[in-house]
Design a binder for this molecule. Structure first.
Ligand SMILES: C[S@@+](CC[C@H](N)C(=O)[O-])C[C@H]1O[C@@H](n2cnc3c(N)ncnc32)[C@H](O)[C@@H]1O
Length: 300
């Protein structure tokens, strides 16, 4: 399908569903890959429509004609550049909150959003003043969502990438949480000996050699946000080992390891890990406790 045909279908669309199907068909015909906030062409087309109309209520029977040209331009850019839509529109959603994103940060998509929206229930109940550590904050989405859904928590958000922290700072200001979210440039753990009730992390977890084989969409993301050593678990394993000294005695670690979750569990058979299940999809997240990690490390 050429862009002229897409434009024609959008102008002729008898309702918003038909409009969305036309954009989705365009995405599908051009072999785009999803996974940056949506996992299919229809959802991405819906996102495009809602974004272009400023998320205002729409009369579903009348697709707005004023956004057709911009929609065609963006669909064409999406097809030729293979950039995730989030980068083209400089916007992504996480835990019901909108974040500014660009190529300095990974596009937010962690299933951890669901557990953060529940204030970490049932894994822990935060008390006022409890501290939370977000390792590998990227856009700041996890840290800021924690501050939003756990209004008494104090959050330290770490990244090794100064460029990512620039974007996180934009989002901290955008969401008005600067008093409770501190951004720190560090290698996994912040300096000092502060202890945290929750350590939450979506670290890089792709085996380094696999990054080059990912679909083009992923190659627009910063490699430091994806690759983590030969197995993909360098950062995750360092986080488990370092967490013991930085969790409170009743603390919990929520760690995302993605598609390699089974391999990670197999590589660490004595580490008690509970795999989280998500209502809204996604997997590859483990929870474990300070006591369990301490025992795991004690046993060698
Ligand atoms: C998978 S991205 C996650 C970003 C964000 N938390 C999210 O969920 O969208 C991993 C992040 O970890 C950061 N990172 C990689 N290695 C790191 C390290 N050794 N110490 C701290 N951050 C690191 C990357 O810069 C990247 O922003």
């Amino acid at each position: 399908m050429q862009d002229a045909e897409l434009e024609q279908r959008l102008r002729a669309a008898r309702d918003c569903d038909a409009w969305i199907v036309a954009v989705a068909d365009f995405f599908t015909v051009h072999g785009l890959v999803f996974g940056h906030g949506t996992d299919n062409a229809g959802d991405e087309a819906y996102w495009l429509l809602r974004h272009l109309t400023g998320w205002r209520d729409l009369d579903w029977r009348r697709p707005p004609p004023d956004v057709v040209q911009r929609a065609v331009e963006l669909a064409k850019q999406r097809m030729t550049s293979r950039k995730p839509l989030a980068y083209l529109i400089r916007s992504a959603w996480f835990a019901g909150l909108e974040f500014t994103v660009d190529e300095r940060v990974l596009v937010p998509r962690s299933p951890l959003a669901e557990v953060i929206e529940r204030g970490f229930a049932p894994w822990c109940v935060l008390n006022p003043g409890d501290r939370v550590l977000d390792i590998g904050t990227g856009s700041g989405c996890i840290a800021i969502a924690v501050a939003h859904y756990c209004p008494d928590a104090l959050v330290d958000a770490i990244d090794i990438s100064p460029a990512a922290l620039e974007v996180a700072a934009i989002n901290v200001a955008r969401h008005g949480v600067a008093e409770r979210v501190k951004l720190v440039e560090a290698d996994l753990f912040p300096p000092g000996d502060a202890r945290y009730r929750v350590i939450v992390s979506n670290p890089p977890y792709v085996p380094a050699a696999e990054v080059a084989t990912l679909p083009p969409e992923y190659r627009h993301e910063p490699e430091i946000g994806l690759a983590s050593g030969e197995t993909g678990f360098d950062a995750a394993e360092r986080i488990v080992r370092g967490a013991s000294a930085r969790l409170t005695p009743d603390g919990v670690l929520l760690l995302e390891v993605g598609a390699g979750a089974e391999a990670f569990a197999a590589a660490n058979p004595r580490l008690p890990l509970i795999a989280l299940e998500f209502e809204h999809g996604g997997d590859g997240v483990f929870v474990t406790t300070a006591a369990e990690i301490a025992e795991f490390l004690r046993d060698g």
